[in-house]
Ligand binder design. Structure first.
Ligand SMILES: N[C@@H](CCC(=O)N[C@@H](CS)C(=O)NCC(=O)O)C(=O)O
Length: 404
């Protein structure tokens, strides 16, 4: 054991002595979008933790009731899932390490940016990873080494099975086809351009330290775009300041990276909000309409791009409900300000277009605690239920072994 291991163990023991939820254990593979997002928040908050490489299926899905990572285990043996409510919970518990802006209007728009980065940038992130052979080869190997290394099959067969599964569910099977590739890639290129302008005047989206919106964008930017060969090359060549921001985020610590946040929504967020109004919110509405109609799949044109046979996501109906709930909790003058801001970017009408939303996700407000009755079996973000996901192990041989 090295001195630094000893020090961090002592620190973890010290923290646990005064705080029953510490140290934390974060379950999720190193290359996972949402695991990277949550890990960055935990690092920034300087909470003692260790990360355990675990995929979303198997034991973890049984324990949490949801076939997705990350899962967070508290030292008092409670489990949590879903990064958005986990971050909100940690933010409330550790106000001195807060990442959610205190100004209610800025907080509302930060939540909107976080949601957009979580749910809409997911598609280009999966596309650059699984549709380009150079990325798919590399990352399927990483997944095999992390989770499936003992399976006695040649590596190329394991890589083929994993790549095919990911394409079936997360690219081809989620509307990412040759007809939409250009549009999916445009989302990434636009985001790089929008970020580059912001980073000309400050190191993080709201000033000299990271906040919720930064952590939202960090999910796709860190474990996907800056690591997958094709998108990383584009980032390095066209947006080096974003590449630098990724490293700055990973290295941020609240005791060192402190500073005040802006208490208003900066003008340079405008282009991101325009994109939300022309892409993500129309998609969320079409998804909510499909959910209400009981359709498992739907078609939608976004900025003229024909997305076909997209899986309906119950979780994303909840995302829309959550945005409305946050609006409803604002006081009157703040509501007016938020409405004006949303109207300016074509978001206001879309936020309310679909009436009477009832996703049934988390009706008792028990999230983010996993295993709570209300979350059990609730759909993952892409619309794959935990039962369906359970039938889709990374590899059939692995499933056969597990079921013995
Ligand atoms: N809303 C969830 C999303 C979690 C999620 O979808 N995680 C991905 C990995 S980054 C996953 O587990 N996917 C299931 C799969 O690959 O089968 C969160 O914020 O934690």
């Amino acid at each position: 054991m090295t001195t630094s291991d000893q020090n961090s163990e002592e620190l973890a023991e010290g923290a646990a002595a005064v705080d029953p939820i510490l140290p934390l254990t974060l379950y999720g593979p190193e290359i996972s979008y949402f695991t990277g997002k949550l890990e960055a928040v935990i690092r920034y908050m300087e909470l003692p933790y260790q990360r355990v490489n675990k995929g979303p299926m198997g034991e973890l899905a049984v324990t949490t009731g949801t076939a997705q990572v990350p899962a967070l285990r508290l030292a008092d043996d409670r489990w949590m899932t879903d990064t958005t409510p986990i971050i909100a919970w940690l933010d409330e518990r550790y106000p001195e390490a807060s990442v959610i802006p205190r100004d209610p209007v800025t907080a509302f728009f930060s939540r909107l940016l976080e949601d957009y980065a979580d749910e809409w940038l997911w598609r280009p992130a999966m596309h650059y990873r699984w549709d380009y052979a150079e990325s798919a080869k590399l990352q399927s190997r990483v997944l095999i080494d992390e989770d499936e290394s003992e399976i006695p099959l040649p590596g190329f067969i394991k890589r083929y099975i994993i790549t095919n599964r990911q394409r079936k569910y997360f690219t081809r099977g989620d509307g990412v086809t040759p007809d939409t590739w250009n549009h999916v890639e445009k989302t990434f290129l636009d985001t790089l351009a929008q970020f580059s302008v912001i980073l000309e005047t400050r190191p993080f989206l709201l000033g000299s330290r990271p906040s919720l919106a930064d952590f939202g964008f960090f999910g796709p930017m860190f474990r996907h775009f800056s690591m997958d060969p094709t998108s990383a090359r584009i980032m390095r060549e066209t947006a080096p300041s974003v590449y630098e921001w990724v490293a700055r985020m990973w290295n941020a610590r609240m005791s060192v990276t402190g500073g005040e946040l802006l208490e208003h929504v900066p003008d340079d967020w405008g282009p991101i909000l325009d994109s939300i109004g022309s892409t993500y919110l129309p998609y969320l509405c079409a998804n909510a309409e499909a959910w209400k109609a009981g359709s498992s799949h739907f078609d939608v044109d976004i900025e003229g791009a024909p997305y076909r046979h997209i899986r309906t996501s119950r979780y994303r109906v909840w995302c829309l409900q959550e945005l409305r709930r946050h609006f409803d909790t604002l006081s009157e003058p703040h509501r007016g300000e938020v409405r004006t801001g949303l109207e300016a970017h074509g978001c206001w009408k879309l936020l309310w277009r679909v009436e009477d939303l009832q996703s049934g996700v988390n009706p008792d407000h028990k999230a983010p605690f996993a295993g709570a009755d209300s979350m059990e079996g609730s759909d993952s973000m892409t619309g794959m239920s935990s039962k369906e996901a359970e039938k889709l192990p990374w590899l059939p041989v692995f499933a056969a072994r597990r079921n013995k």
